[in-house]
Design a protein around this ligand. Sequence first.
Ligand code: ADP
Length: 722
Amino acid sequence: MGLRVLRSQLHSVLVTLWLTLSIASVVMAALTWNRLAHSVDDAVQMSGLNDALDRVFSLVLDAETGQRGFTITGLQDYLEPYEEARRRLPGELNVLAELGRADNSIQPDLAELRVLLDRRLTQLGEVVKTRREQGLSAAAAVISSRRGKRTMDEIRALVGRMRRERLDIFTSNGEQTRRQLNRANVTSLVAGLIGVGAGFFSLYLARVGLEHERRERELAEGKLRAEHHSEQKSAFLANVSHEIRTPMNAILGFTELLVSELKSSRQQRYLLSIRTAAESLLQLINDVLDMSKIEAGVVELNPEPTDPREICEFIQTVFVEQATRKGLTLTCRIGDEVPRVLLLDRTRLRQILVNLVGNAVKFTERGSIRLEVHSEPDREVPGSILLLIEVEDTGVGIARDRLDAIFKPFVQADSRRPQEKQGTGLGLAIVKRLTEMLGGSVVVASVPGQGTTFHLRIPRVELSNQEFAPMEVKEVGVVDFNRLRPATLVVVDDQEMNRQLIADILAGSHHQLFLGADGNAAVELVRQHRPDLVLLDIRMPRLDGRQALAQIRAVPGCELLPVIAVTASSQVEDERELRLQFSGYLRKPFTQRKLYDELAAFLPEVAPAAPVSEPLPPSTTVGHTQDWAELSVELHGLESSEWPVVRDGGAFNEARSFAERIRDLGSQAQCPLLVSYSDTLLLAIEGYDAAALEAELQRFPQVVSTIESRTVGLAAQPITPA
Ligand code: ADP
């Protein structure tokens, strides 16, 4: 940009210089021509003047010669030149006067010449008259007086002087003209040279400009191509994600079902490994998608009243258990100056801090982790603040030459370290992009072997004038589909496994199911069975979910039939659009709870307020009374110690460690209810579904008392074999 401006300024200066010199050379040429013209005029005038002087002088000379001949001979013929001189001299004097009209300096000489000529003619006349009347001797006496000779000498001297003076003036004018001609020559030459130079330079500038334009065009084309590739990449990722989430639905769904079926702890361990692997795969897909969504610019911020203290509590809750288990102290401190309610995207800020503190815990083996939040007034935008957040640990640290690289996707500081094996290298890239979306920046400082500190600066954070509203807590309750009024359901999915999953989840319940494999089957089943609700997959061969919905709506009486879109798509736009078109929306992979909640939105609950009695598979109760008694003691301990802390953080991702802990307890005691519950918690964590996580956490005492009631009930009654 600066170069372009400089170039155009240089161009203007050169053009101006060239123009000035050209004009100067034209003016000088005009002046020179004018002077040349004058000088030619002068030459013509001088030559005319000389000719006229010559003529005058020769007329006088001839007259004198004639007078001499007449005086000697007395013959009249000799007086011819004298008569001619008398006749022509006045005319010639007029010619001289005319030629010297513009020249004031000649006027006195002309006047003097006129007088001398008059006098000379008069003298000649006297001699002639004397000769004629008194004879030769008298005439000779007059001539001998030498008056005539003196007058003639004066005339000769005057004419000679007049000629010389004219010649001097002409010569000096000629000198000036020559000098001017030289000056005009030089100016024209310089203007010409600069003109040629300016021309070449303009040519060069034009070429550079063209080159620049070409490069800009190529850049714009490159950008368009990159955007196109980015769109293709996003579409590709969306497809891959869809294709992975679809079987993942079956894997996680059947795992959830199976967990309550398996008896042996070895089998349960295997199952837990399958689930953990599936969950980390899902986490990876979510991260990759998050990243590509951020890069494609489709992530929208949702600023809402946010209390930084609540976020700190949340972080503490999520990580305290994990940190304590590693013997680390985790402190969260908020400066007193930090306002209570900020206008910020709470979910994104949490996501950033979860990543940073999660890394700190992961990469620290001893010592402490400190989260500190401060603020200061933002001078650029009065009324807003600059939010300063620090996450410091005393962990392994990062080598200096890797400090920049770790913010790039899939880059790790040292992939040989065991801690790195647990991750993918996407977390910090997401942190950086999200922080930038919030208008801030993130930098890291680290000393290998001593620890790492991440510094976040988020400027222009506005204060909210609304009250801070804690995240919504959903209605709690364990998954019992029989709590919903008996209903006829049509379930359509082209994947057999996914149809079967829903069928198995609802098996044994009082609901009636009809299964179909594509949109045509959906329409047909709706026509035949007039169901209470339809669960409809979106991507299907032949007739897809959207087309099937249009046909279902066209069936008389089905205009308002609840049709729930069930999709593996993770596209935000898809979700928005599907929520508008369909009665409900369920994203794969889903948990039993999510399915229940979606159905409960359309099917009335038959006993909504009744205390939950978890229907347990008969086999699961056998032989575990003792384990469960110990389990419930342990769970009560958790309920009064860690759970309140976890719960008060109150949102998604809360307490992965807490969930893992109770999952371990559940599988050790072979308590499917607890394992299934921790699954639900972990799924909410994996999906960053804050509302679901809070709701699930609220359920914890209920789950504990259900397990306890089983223990008491079973201990009092004889155990029924399966
Ligand atoms: P992940 O943790 O999944 O590997 P991240 O993008 O979150 O990916 O982090 C990238 C890399 O940065 C990590 O693999 C690790 O090498 C380094 N790193 C991040 N945070 C820390 C930390 N607190 N201490 C030491 N190294 C860290």
